[in-house]
Design a protein around this ligand. Structure first.
Ligand code: ATP
Ligand code: MG
Ligand code: MG
Length: 461
């Protein structure tokens, strides 16, 4: 990729645009490499995304800048939830001309956090907190700016968190390439087979990152890794089923109130009124309408990805991990997995694009994927209960929340604004208040007993 049209070769110490000194690499993606730099004008730090030089990537980068500018001009309070544009320029190197996008330097991505918990699930209060902030940023983008992100995935959600990651002494750290390979291996794990137990975590050599400052400390119900025990975290999904995880009285893990997440990578974003392509979203987070390449996608495709993300944060596994088979394509497998989880699509869905005629077979009694015999449905609450050992109440509450996003019909998916009012997102303190309010109310009114009809309200008396 370091060739004509590809990435720009960068060395630590390079000065970009006479202003930014490169300190270290922050990450990379399909479009770019991203560098932590010192701004020599201010002595502050920034992140610089250096885009591949091929004209297609440059065109996408110009749209990314347009979108970031639109965000910057918007409501100052809400733009806290997305990465800020600070500057942009271009440089010429041996591989061509590269657009560079300067934003604030942020912390590690959500994928690092998922890995830090060894793909065994991030504790529920943290997941709630992240989900709420993610939905706030989407509500802002969707309603105010009519922007669809189209590439929500853990790599594109950055933590703004006073944590510094360093390479562990043993193993010498993992390059981003090898961590991507590691993730590929994770994908090969059979998802819906067998219980997920503590013993199926990665080996100690898979521990490249050690937090210098520790994660939010464990409360009485959640064991979170500290610097010394990072290889042995015990997320809620691994605890014995009789462990009380959510009591309604858990304290917030301290530090969470400062723990912001920000959405980044607008390189594939578009507007509801101006799409660039039907080829959108990263496979595992792809909504059904984008699997069938419908032109009629809208902000709700991001909402589908949110459900996939929340599941992944809670369990450490992909919600859908499609594979190509001998007789079927990856898209067919994906659709079959969706049917297995939420049931068959409505007829309106399979009539929405010509591609569906080759993908689905329709009889008077059923709609199925042509080349795959779909297994019986395995409802989401049972997946959480049986495979991931969630407690009963938490499994059904969580499944209920996710299923509001996992609808075939884009109109039926709740919007970010609607999701933000869901009980599932209420953090423990807010739940305490609700419980107390209910208790006070019951003390005032007397609790209804089994042999008695609930009291009529005062108005009716
Ligand atoms: P993709 O393949 O997802 O399209 P991309 O080439 O568009 O990726 P980005 O996702 O913008 O690139 O950035 C690549 C990686 O660099 C991110 O996943 C993240 O780890 C890191 N990164 C990007 N921006 C920042 C930032 N502002 N602060 C810290 N790290 C960042
Ligand atoms: Mg990215
Ligand atoms: Mg991108």
């Amino acid at each position: 990729n370091y060739r004509k049209g590809g990435y720009h070769p960068v060395e630590v110490g390079d000065i970009l645009n006479d202003r930014y000194r490169v300190e270290r690499k922050l990450g990379w993606g399909h479009f770019s490499t991203v560098w932590f730099c010192t701004d020599l004008n201010t002595e502050g730090h920034v992140a610089i995304k250096i885009i591949r030089s091929d004209p297609t990537y440059s065109a996408a980068a110009r749209d990314e800048i347009k979108i970031l500018e639109q965000i910057s001009q918007a409501d100052p309070e809400m733009k806290e939830r997305v990465c800020h544009l600070l500057d942009s320029f271009s440089i010429v190197g041996p591989n061509g001309k590269h657009i560079c996008i300067v934003t604030e330097a942020l912390g590690p991505s959500l994928l690092s956090l998922i890995r830090l918990y060894n793909h065994r699930g991030i504790p529920l209060p943290i997941v709630r907190h992240i989900t709420k902030q993610l939905l706030q940023s989407l509500d802002f983008l969707h309603r105010k700016l009519k922007i669809i992100h189209t590439d929500l995935k853990p790599e594109n959600i950055l933590l703004e968190w006073p944590i510094v990651f360093t390479h562990a002494k043993t193993g010498g750290g993992m390059s981003q390439q090898s961590s991507k390979n590691k993730r590929k291996n994770d994908r090969r794990k059979k998802k819906r087979q067998g219980l997920k137990t503590q013993t199926d975590g990665p080996t100690p050599s898979d521990q490249p990152l050690t937090p210098i400052s520790s994660l939010p400390p464990a409360d009485s119900n959640h064991v979170t890794p500290s610097t010394s025990q990072v290889s042995e975290p015990l997320p809620h999904s691994a605890l014995p089923t009789d462990t009380k995880i959510f009591s309604g009285t858990n304290p917030h893990p301290s530090g969470l109130e400062k723990y912001n997440v920000r959405l980044t990578d607008f390189g594939n974003a578009c507007w509801t009124y101006r799409h660039f392509t039907t080829n959108i979203q990263t496979c595992e987070y792809r909504a059904p309408e984008s699997i069938i390449k419908s032109k009629r996608y809208n902000t709700s495709c991001d909402i589908w990805s949110v459900a996939c993300l929340v599941f992944e944060m809670l369990t450490g596994d992909y919600l859908f991990e499609p594979k190509k088979g001998k007789d079927y394509s990856m898209d067919e497998d994906h659709l079959a997995l969706i049917i297995e989880l939420i049931g068959s699509p409505p007829l309106s869905f399979i009539h929405s694009t010509p591609a569906c005629q080759t993908l689905f077979s329709v009889t008077s009694s059923s709609i199925s994927v042509k080349h795959i015999k779909t297994n019986d449905t395995w409802p989401l609450s049972s997946v959480l209960l049986d495979k991931y050992r969630f407690l009963d109440g938490i499994a059904s509450e969580t499944a209920g929340f996710l299923l509001k996003m996992l609808k075939w019909d884009t109109e039926e998916r709740l919007t970010a604004e609607q999701l933000l009012t869901e009980d599932w997102l209420k953090e423990d303190g807010e739940r305490d208040e609700l419980i107390n309010e209910k208790r006070e109310w019951e003390e005032l009114m007397g609790s209804p007993t089994n042999d008695e009809e609930p009291r009529p309200s005062d108005e009716n008396v």
